[in-house]
Design a protein around this ligand. Structure first.
Ligand SMILES: NC(=O)c1ccc[n+]([C@@H]2O[C@H](COP(=O)([O-])OP(=O)(O)OC[C@H]3O[C@@H](n4cnc5c(N)ncnc54)[C@H](OP(=O)(O)O)[C@@H]3O)[C@@H](O)[C@H]2O)c1
Length: 253
């Protein structure tokens, strides 16, 4: 694909969970747009590896943070402002799943999945929303999933959390609209990352999955990153409270 300019030069973006997968690809594409990027993850080794791959130099900050911990989130945004002086966008990219049914889940397992997916998205959106409200500009994009709309036996709690993130998107869009802040989400089908590797790396499972996707393949991280870049750009200034399906047509059939 020919390079697309999204007009994001010198803009500052926090991408949670940018050490691998969709977040890492998005961070790379933001740096290629000459934006400034802050990524976070829980593991220092992942952060070090991402820094080596991204080669962002003065435009990249890689910080350890568990997004379900309020003190980590405060520090993430404080360091972003100290280093880059403003916040143009937040991408709530972190997501995780632990395979379980809902009915048999221990409450501590429920809490763990809800913490990283939903509570973390709340804590980051809350802090970013406060900063952006002062500035009177900003964009928040969250990464949901097709699992928010389709029940899946192994991903029930995750899907419940993602459905709540889509509602949070609408609520925040309304709360922040008058401050020139747009809040949206993207909802991908399966994406070729470590997260879903057990599914797409199995030939039989892959064949079954692509039968449900009209475009006949799963998504690559770039397929998800491009709509996020659009939603972060001025081209999307009149779009808010929406979840864009990035699913190869899966939800259309
Ligand atoms: N891949 C798919 O098939 C698919 C489909 C639909 C939606 N999605 C969504 O797309 C988003 C990105 O997924 P992905 O496939 O790129 O995942 P991934 O490859 O597993 O990467 C997840 C990233 O999040 C970080 N992370 C996880 N929990 C964290 C926490 N509590 N605090 C801070 N960082 C945390 C990880 O680093 P550490 O481990 O070091 O913390 C890593 O950088 C997620 O929201 C996911 O739900 C993925």
């Amino acid at each position: 694909m020919a390079a697309i300019s999204y007009g994001l030069e010198n803009n500052v973006f926090v991408v949670t969970g940018g050490t691998r997968g969709i977040g890492l690809t998005l961070a790379k594409m933001l740096l290629e747009q000459n934006a400034k990027v802050v990524i976070c993850g829980r593991k220092q080794a992942g952060l070090d590896q991402a820094v080596a791959v991204l080669k962002g130099e003065g435009n990249l900050l890689a910080l350890p943070a568990h997004i379900a911990k309020a003190e980590d989130v405060d520090s993430l945004f404080d360091q972003t402002l100290q280093t880059f002086g403003r916040l143009d966008g937040l991408v709530n990219n972190v997501g995780m799943n632990i395979i379980t049914s809902v009915v048999d889940a221990d409450p501590s397992l429920w809490q763990k999945i809800i913490d990283s997916n939903l509570n973390g998205t709340f804590l980051c959106s809350r802090r970013a929303g406060q900063i952006m409200r002062e500035q009177k500009f900003g964009k928040i994009v969250s990464v949901s999933s097709l699992a928010a709309r389709r029940s899946s036996p192994a991903m029930g709690i995750y899907g419940i959390a993602k459905a709540a993130i889509e509602m949070m998107t609408k609520v925040l869009a309304q709360e922040l609209a008058l401050f020139n802040i747009q809040v949206n989400a993207v909802a991908p089908t399966m994406v070729r990352t470590q997260f879903s590797q057990p599914f797409w790396s199995n030939e039989d499972l892959y064949a079954q999955i692509v039968k449900t996707i009209p475009l006949g393949r799963i998504a690559e991280p770039e397929d998800v990153a491009h709509p996020i870049l659009f939603l972060l750009s001025a081209a999307a200034n009149f779009i808010t409270g929406q979840t864009v399906m990035v699913d190869g047509g899966a939800s259309a059939i």
